[in-house]
Unconditional design. Structure first.
Length: 45
């Protein structure tokens, strides 16, 4: 049962990510933005 719930959550997350960035360039931009945001948080900005 737990595996089914985790699989459902994973599929929902993947579908949201794929609809949010419909191109490879969009996906790369999302990764870059996430990395920059994480760096800002870690630096305390």
């Amino acid at each position: 049962m737990t595996k089914k719930v985790l699989l459902a959550i994973a599929l929902i997350v993947v579908s949201i990510v794929l609809t949010g960035c419909q191109t490879v360039a969009g996906f790369g931009g999302d990764i870059k933005w996430t990395a920059e945001s994480t760096a800002d948080v870690l630096e305390g900005e």
